[in-house]
Write a protein that binds this ligand. Sequence first.
Ligand code: AMP
Ligand code: MG
Length: 397
Amino acid sequence: MHSVEEAAAAVAERVVRLATELVALRDAGGRVLAADVTSPRALPAFDNSAMDGYAARSVELPSALPIFATIGAGDALPSDAIPERVAVRIFTGAPMPTALDTVVIQEDAKLEDNGNVTLPVSPAGDNIRRAGEDIAIGEVAVAAGVRLGPAELGLLAAIGIADVAVVRAPRVALIATGDELVDVGTAPGPSQIVDSSAHALAAAIRDAGGTPTYVGIAKDDPLTMAALIASALDHDVVITTGGVSVGDRDHVRAALVAAGVELELYKVAMKPGKPFSFGMNQRVPVFGLPGNPVSSFVAFELFVRPALLAMQGAAVTQRARAPVSLVRGYRKQPGRTHYIRAKVVRNGEHLVAHPHAKQGSAMLTSLIGCNALVELAADASEIAPNSMVPAILLEAV
Ligand code: AMP
Ligand code: MG
């Protein structure tokens, strides 16, 4: 049996980055940048006013000055030279005349009855955004491996990147197995259950940047299972759930082998999720996740999510980890790493983990409200209340 670390390393060693494609910026949210984008433009492109007010020469202030011109955002600069001892009415984003060096905000200016404006002292450079102060030409705007979010998309748009090179999103085939399973729209008969993992895992795949395809439910029969798995190998990744335990009807392992998958892992020293299988069919990683919904969720988090991100060339493939104070104690058999589903809350500098009252690996409610997997080390046997233990944070806390 492999440790969690060995299993994660085996998966990481196998998966390869997918090809690059060009996508429109408006479709690039959540995608991973394939190469550094250096800025072809300075931001701002020209000196401009940061406020609504009056542009002037700082050496001439304080003073009452006639208003020579008005410049709004999008206006051209006045074509005439700006004479000495005048002010220019200016608005936020308007280009700054080079002859002037300060902007007095309108709240500090006083319009006189004779049309002049009285301006107080205002240091050179005040309320002016300088060309290139945001980003200079040739500076890296967004680095390769970054997953594009609102901040990156905004910056890329500002520098005029209409199409962006990203790594292809992995196409992930999802196959559920089990004679007891029905699709969510079908009322389960006696002793049947709904295939819930298909939905949980599809969402988890999307969250990790992949594109899920639900292939369907395979009956507990090795031949049809193998055929379904083989038919899914035109995807970038194949995931099965269930059928990897040691029961008489657990045929997935044999079906994987029959479908040409070279199995590298088939048991990992973890709880939940021990019957986790992994292998490759040429370049296609195939994950045999456990059947219990919580087990498949945890195994996905530990092994599949990092793999999907690595296939996209993501610089960060791991969730954030942090030490947490576990409010209750545990006693466990040494040998397997345990993952306790918990709600982590911040208490000043400290993160405190409240384990969910239900920890059964078949209990779907045990994941609701949880934002962390608290890790109890494989060799640990006794964990005292309020011990500091590592946690995988599923959300920022
Ligand atoms: P198995 O590993 O196939 O024996 O499955 C273990 C448990 O998980 C059984 O109670 C199955 O009914 C349940 N299970 C398997 N696949 C799914 C699924 N896709 N959705 C919900 N429960 C499942
Ligand atoms: Mg089954």
